[in-house]
Design a protein around this ligand. Structure first.
Ligand code: ADE
Ligand code: ZN
Length: 329
């Protein structure tokens, strides 16, 4: 069997996927129609033509427009079921899924509605062999007060959905919104023993990675590719085995790297950093996890050993218990 086929079939975890970023253009249009929403695009093709991003912000503008079709529990359920199908097709046995509640509450959609729909889809996924957890992400372009309000609103659901909803993250526009802005809400979550992650060092500077580690006390860094600018930080990440959830096709589409052959994933791996491969927003960036692996194998000439390290890292950096992890191997 060729390496790409082996990797396709290998059991793996996905640790960086925004559920709203799994919404395919066809589903955006059918949900818009179902909900009587007029999109600023006349067809699936004209929407897809807008997927020519120059930066994180140029993507986020369209990503939030796409998410605006999600109104009812059934919409969140349909989106989640479509992701579950794709995940199982990609050999994913465990997924830690981000959702952005503020994107929906601002449109009058309740926390209850979104979580009920997502949970119903994920519960069905469990029966089909996809283990999953949810991570609630705060939008960093909004204020910390807004994040704290959202956190308090979510607290009953952290109890009701304790088996699924295990932690918090930080996403959206990175530049100008350092992790330290969210120190209080992360400290409250830490006090409640929640799992903590944050996007840092995607477009933002190395100092944001330090803040995520030292102020927010995160257990993984989402993206983190700019750490390579600081050898001491690379050393610290390698020593502590704090994983980076790297998203190669996302980095390419958002112009973090000019070409995939310029991507630093292989270098990070060679320096002993616990790198993982993830899709970020698969509907927008041209593929799920297996397409990310396939593109990397071509661009960086990854060895079989390196692919196995990446696959193993994905399971080891996940938040499943050690007992459950052993059972998965
Ligand atoms: N929201 C969805 N995808 C994101 C990314 N790659 N960076 C920041 N926020 C996001
Ligand atoms: Zn992301």
């Amino acid at each position: 069997l060729k390496l790409k086929e082996k990797v396709d079939r290998a059991p793996k975890a996905e640790l960086h996927i925004h559920i709203e970023g799994s919404l395919e253009p066809e589903l955006i249009f059918s949900l818009a129609e179902r909900n009587g929403i007029t999109l600023p695009y006349s067809s699936v093709e004209s929407l897809q033509a807008a997927y020519a991003f120059t930066s994180l912000q140029s993507f986020l503008d369209i990503y939030y427009a796409g998410a605006s079709v999600l109104i009812h529990e059934e919409d969140f359920y349909d989106m989640t079921c479509a992701y579950v199908d794709q995940a199982l097709d990609n050999g994913i046995i465990h997924s830690e899924i981000f959702f952005d509640p503020q994107t929906h509450t601002v449109r009058g959609v309740s926390m209850e509605t979104m979580l009920a729909g997502i949970e119903r889809g994920l519960a069905e996924g469990e029966k089909r062999g996809l283990s999953s957890r949810l991570i609630l992400c705060f939008l960093r372009h909004l204020s910390e007060e807004d994040a704290l309000r959202t956190f308090n609103q979510a607290l009953p659901y952290f109890e009701q959905y304790a088996h699924r909803l295990i932690g918090i993250g930080l996403d959206s526009s990175e530049l100008g919104h350092p992790p330290a802005k969210f120190a209080r809400v992360f400290s409250q979550a830490l006090g409640r023993k929640m799992r903590l992650v944050a996007h840092a060092g995607e477009e933002g500077p190395v100092s944001y990675i330090y803040e995520a580690l030292d102020i927010l006390r995160v257990e993984r860094i989402d993206h983190g590719v700019r750490c390579l600018e600081d050898p001491q930080l690379v050393e610290r990440l390698a020593q502590s085995r704090i994983a980076l959830t790297v998203c190669p096709l996302s980095n390419l589409k958002l112009c973090v790297f000019d070409s995939l052959s310029d991507h630093n994933l292989k270098t990070l791996l060679e320096k002993g950093v616990a790198v993982t491969v993830n899709s970020d927003d698969p509907a927008y960036f041209g593929g799920h996890v297996n397409q990310n692996y396939r593109a990397l194998i071509d661009a960086l000439d990854l060895t079989e050993q390196q692919c196995y390290t990446l696959l193993r890292n994905s399971l080891e950096a996940s938040f499943i218990s050690d007992d459950k992890r052993q059972a998965m191997y």
